[in-house]
Ligand binder design. Structure first.
Ligand code: SF4
Length: 274
């Protein structure tokens, strides 16, 4: 049974009596994480029937859901390592803007949001530390797996102009653009001051009339143009951020990894300023 099917058996009033903040969270925990459906006093468990009985529910509530997602990510890392194991790093390096370490280590050396990455066939180091977050590994191995294409032309487009991006536009807005805008509201100086640590370079961009514009090399051939308009209290304008991509960006990453790269950029920008 899927969470949305189970949801139909709840009153959908998000009352919180089950210990979850919303009925949908409870539905996910029950159907994917093995939570006891009787924790919602309004669900008629007998009415759930065979479809529920035959579901593999897991064991640990929402923790179980998170664990399963981690396992899925780790499986993807393993898959990508296998896919990239046949790539000759000495030949691939130039096309994706990396430096080859030489035969002894056989790694790709690159910058990721201003940090030094050593990407080898079996592990990734960032600033000398082994990367444990599978999502960073997926992003970096995907970048290598894509293998590059036409060099960035610095012709800028929005996420909405990329193919199959409808659902991603909102993710980009919530986890990157709005996050940066709300954190740096009224603090253009802070936004500007922490940018160099990300490898971001201040741009002249008078026609956009923004407070600050940066060219951020998230990865060597993955530039992003980040525009920041600070709040204007008198006119009731809140702060706003817009991220633009090079029109060749799809030669270098898939859309999921691209959105994740933006999320990481926002996290790092905010993290440097906290
Ligand atoms: S107790 Fe039931 S109705 Fe209340 S939030 Fe949980 S699932 Fe929804």
């Amino acid at each position: 049974m899927q969470p949305l099917e189970f949801l139909k058996f709840t009153p959908k009033n998000n009352c919180g009596e089950c210990g979850y903040p919303a009925c949908l969270a409870f539905a996910a925990a029950v159907t994917k994480g093995g939570e006891n459906p009787e924790k919602c006093p309004y669900v008629d468990v007998a009415a759930l029937g065979d479809a529920f009985a035959m579901t593999d529910h897991g064991q640990d509530g929402l923790d179980g859901v998170a664990k399963r997602l981690d396992e899925k990510d780790m499986a993807l890392v393993t898959y990508l390592k296998k896919k990239t194991s046949g790539i000759d790093f000495s030949k691939a390096a130039e096309k994706i803007g990396c430096v080859w370490s030489g035969a002894e280590k056989d790694c790709l050396l690159l910058q990721f949001l201003g940090r030094d990455v050593e990407l080898c066939h079996d592990q990734v180091l960032i600033d000398g530390e082994e990367v444990v977050d599978p999502r960073d590994q997926i992003l970096l191995y995907n970048y290598v797996y894509f293998g590059g294409g036409e060099k960035p032309a610095q012709e800028w487009i929005g996420m909405e102009s990329l193919p199959n991006s409808i659902s991603k536009v909102r993710t980009l807005r919530v986890y990157c653009e709005e996050r940066l805008a709300s954190f740096f509201t009224g603090n253009t100086e802070g936004f500007v001051a922490h940018a160099p640590a990300l490898g971001a370079v201040l741009q002249d961009n008078p026609e956009q009339s923004c407070s600050a514009a940066f060219l951020v090399s998230v990865l060597p051939h993955l530039p992003m143009f980040v525009l920041f308009w600070d709040e204007e209290k008198e006119d009731n304008f809140p702060a706003k951020v817009k991220v633009l991509f090079d029109e060749k960006v799809m030669d270098y990453l898939d859309i999921e990894s691209l959105v994740f790269a933006c999320e990481r950029m926002a996290e790092r920008w905010v993290g440097l300023a906290e």
